[in-house]
Write a protein that binds this ligand. Structure first.
Ligand SMILES: NC(=O)c1ccc[n+]([C@@H]2O[C@H](COP(=O)([O-])OP(=O)(O)OC[C@H]3O[C@@H](n4cnc5c(N)ncnc54)[C@H](O)[C@@H]3O)[C@@H](O)[C@H]2O)c1
Ligand SMILES: [Zn+2]
Length: 367
């Protein structure tokens, strides 16, 4: 079990701290835990892809614990992270006459987690939400830390709120039904944690790459647990991305988002774009003299062994100018000036501002 200790105003922060359970066979534990937290009713918001399987198991556990339980299904895919979906769920909750003793339980990947968290944050000025992440990305990343939101036509994640869950149940067994490509995409975020926070974990990943790729449950459980613990630590120290610590989690993401946008959403999975992004960020760090070629090589080798793309061409032929333009508009850039999270060794990275676009361009086209 991992505890997310939120720093801040005494008892208030303490009250919002929560546990992340990580392991196998956890879906059956959801009901008793939520019941114990004082819920009388539960609304399960489920990705349609897991509605009949994992979400049904969670609903069964909730009912067995004596909770009146409703399930709302959400169509699979990024387009569900929309105002239309949020509106539909708000109305559904209104019809159910939901009150404070009704808890929301999100079962699915990052899409359902972000959408359900946003709905919970906003409906009746805030309902308790629990996350049951069923993708690797969601287990190691999106279910932890309280960032919720929806997309607009103008851009991803533009409307949202910080809303911490009451608890997270990361059940490795739920990943059994996940397609390989989605699983591998999640491995990119795991490599990210090793690269920016934990050299020892990075070395473990190098030694266990084949087992992870083969989806060995013990290795997967260890990697999820360690990644979740690293993210929990960062979130606990910088919940609202103020000190800059949490910003380090965006390693590979400024480049990655640009590739995602330029390739067109849906072409690259998020983790694939992040892998290419990390390969570019490492090259940029090397150009700035922060790391040497050996570090770039180790990261490339690990990503490649995990079947992740590193070559910019994997995103198709995109002009570097187009990528630079997208990055300048990124909501994480400051007034159009480019900032990147860059490593200075394996296990440590920081946000570096005011980077010369000429170097960024070189990193984009470097082999
Ligand atoms: N809030 C955060 O801090 C944060 C962090 C990272 C990513 N995100 C967001 O998360 C989203 C990406 O999350 P994702 O990669 O989980 O995508 P996703 O939720 O779209 O899930 C990926 C695919 O897997 C399917 N699926 C989910 N669980 C399954 C299972 N167990 N078996 C079979 N299929 C399953 C889904 O239907 C979907 O088709 C993006 O919207 C991104 O912005 C948020
Ligand atoms: Zn990410």
């Amino acid at each position: 079990m991992i505890r997310v200790h939120l720093a801040g105003e005494g008892a208030e922060a303490q009250d919002r701290s929560y546990d992340i359970l990580c392991g196998r066979g956890l879906l059956a534990e959801v009901g008793p835990a939520i019941r114990q937290a004082g819920a009388r009713r539960a609304v399960v918001i489920a990705d349609a892809a897991v509605q009949e399987t994992h979400a049904a198991a969670v609903a069964k556990s909730l009912r067995s614990a004596g909770l009146e339980t409703e399930t709302i299904a959400v169509a699979s895919g990024e387009t569900s992270k929309s105002l239309e979906s949020a509106g539909r769920i708000w109305s559904h909750l209104a019809r159910l006459a939901v009150d404070r003793a009704t808890h929301v339980v999100a079962v699915g990947g990052g899409v359902v987690g972000d959408l359900s968290g946003f709905v919970a944050a906003t409906f009746a000025r805030g309902l308790s939400v629990w996350h049951v992440p069923t993708t690797l990305v969601a287990q190691v990343d999106s279910a932890i830390g309280g960032k919720t939101g929806i997309n607009l036509a103008e851009g991803k994640n533009l409307v949202g709120a910080f809303w911490q869950p009451r608890g997270v149940f990361a059940d490795i067994d739920a990943l059994a039904t996940l397609p390989d490509r989605e699983f591998v995409s999640g491995l990119a975020e795991i490599v990210k944690y090793g690269m920016i926070l934990d050299a020892q974990f990075f070395t473990w990943l190098e030694a266990n790459a084949a087992g992870l790729l083969a989806r060995d449950p013990e290795r997967t459980a260890f990697a999820v647990h360690r990644s979740a613990a690293l993210k929990a630590r960062v979130v606990g120290q910088d919940e609202r991305e103020i000190s800059g610590l949490r910003a380090a989690l965006n390693y590979g993401h400024t480049f990655g988002h640009a590739y995602e946008t330029a390739a067109g959403y849906g072409t690259l999975l998020h983790g694939e774009a992040v892998a290419i992004g990390m390969s570019r960020a490492a090259r940029l760090a090397a150009l700035l003299g922060r790391i040497d070629a050996e570090v770039v090589g180790r990261q490339d080798a690990l990503l490649a062994r995990l079947s992740l793309p590193i070559a910019a061409q994997a995103a198709g032929s995109i002009a570097p100018e187009r990528l630079l333009e997208i990055m300048a508009r990124d909501k994480k850039s400051l007034g159009g000036r480019l900032r990147f999270v860059l490593p200075d060794r394996i296990g440590r990275a920081e946000l570096v501002a005011d980077i010369d676009p000429v170097l960024v361009r070189t990193a984009l086209i470097a082999t």
